[in-house]
Design a protein around this ligand. Sequence first.
Ligand code: GRG
Ligand code: ZN
Length: 319
Amino acid sequence: MTFVREKHVDYIYGLDKREKDSFEYYVTEHLRMSGVYWGTTAMDLLKQSHRMDRDRIIKFVLGCQNSDGGFGGNIGHDSHILYTLSAVQVLATFDALNKLDYEKTINYVLPLVKDDGSVMGDKWGEVDTRFSYIILNMLALLKSLDRVDVHKISTFVLNCQNFDGGFGAIPGAESHAGQIFCCVGALAIANRLDEIDKDTLSWWLCERQLAKDGGLNGRPEKLSDVCYSWWVLSSLACMDRLHWIDKDRLHSFILACQDPEKGGIGDKPENMSDVFHTFFGIGGLSLLRAEPDLKMIDPIYALPVDVLRRVGIESPYTK
Ligand code: GRG
Ligand code: ZN
C-alpha cells in the first residue's frame, strides 16, 4: 500500500466536524485536549497545519485552563498534568505560547512533585513515570526547568529501570514500551541517558518487532500495534539505535494499518482509524524517514523539530 497522505489530511480535518452527539465524539470527550494535540501535530507533520482554524483551537485550549492553573481534557473538566502538557504543546505548535499565563501554569505543576522525586498526575495523587516525563517536557518548553529539582525527578526515573533493561510506571513495575518512552525522554531532558544500560534496553526494544507482520508490540507475548511504532522507535532514536529494527518491514506494517478510503490509521490492519494511532503512525514514519514531504519529529519532545527550534529547545535533533 502507498502512503495516502491527502486522505489523512481529509480524515484529520473531518474529525473537527463530527456530529456532537456521535458515539466517537462522546467517547473521546474527556480527552479532547490530547486529541487536539494528536490531530494538530499530525497535521503539522503533514505540513498542513495552516488549514486548521488556529484562532478557534487556541481559544479552546485557553478555555480549558482552570483556576488552579492546570488544564482539563475539555472545557470545565478537572485539571490533569497530561492535558496541561498537551495544551502547552498545541500552543507551541501554533506559535501562541505568548498567550499562556506561564506563572499560573507552572504553579499548577510544582506541587505535584513529591519529596522522593516522583510526580503525581493531579491532586488525587497517582504517581507514574509518565508524569515525570510530562513535567520535564512541559517545563523545558516553558524554559523553566530550573523551577524543579531535575536531578531528584530523574533519579526516581532511574530507580524504575528493571533487570531486563526496560522501565515501568513505578519502581519494580513491569517494563512496558510506553513507560520506556517516558523514562528515556525524561532522562534525555535531564541529560542522564549515559547512566543507563542502553544496549540491554535497546535489545529489549528491538525484540518488540514481530517476525509475523513486521509491526512492534509493547511487551513480550502481545500483539503488534501501530502506536508502538512511536513508543519503541522514539526510544531507540534517543539512544541512536534506530537501525536495530527492520525499517522496511515496519514501514510496510504502518502503511497496512491505513484506511485507504477514509484515511487515518488504525492500531492494526483492517481496524478502524482513530486520531491517536494516526498521529503515532505518522510520527513513526517521520522517525523512519520513510515518506517524502513529512516534517521531522523530535523523539524526545514528540513535536516537529522546527517547532522546537522556534521555541529555542536544544536537543540532538534540533541542531
Ligand atoms: C507527549 C507523546 C506524548 C506523550 C505524553 C501519556 C504519555 C506522555 C505517555 C503514555 C505512555 C504509555 C503508557 C503508552 C502506552 C499506551 C498503550 C497502548 C497502552 C496499552 O497497554 P496495554 O498493556 O496494551 O493495555 P497492549 O498493547 O500491551 O496489549
Ligand atoms: Zn495502540
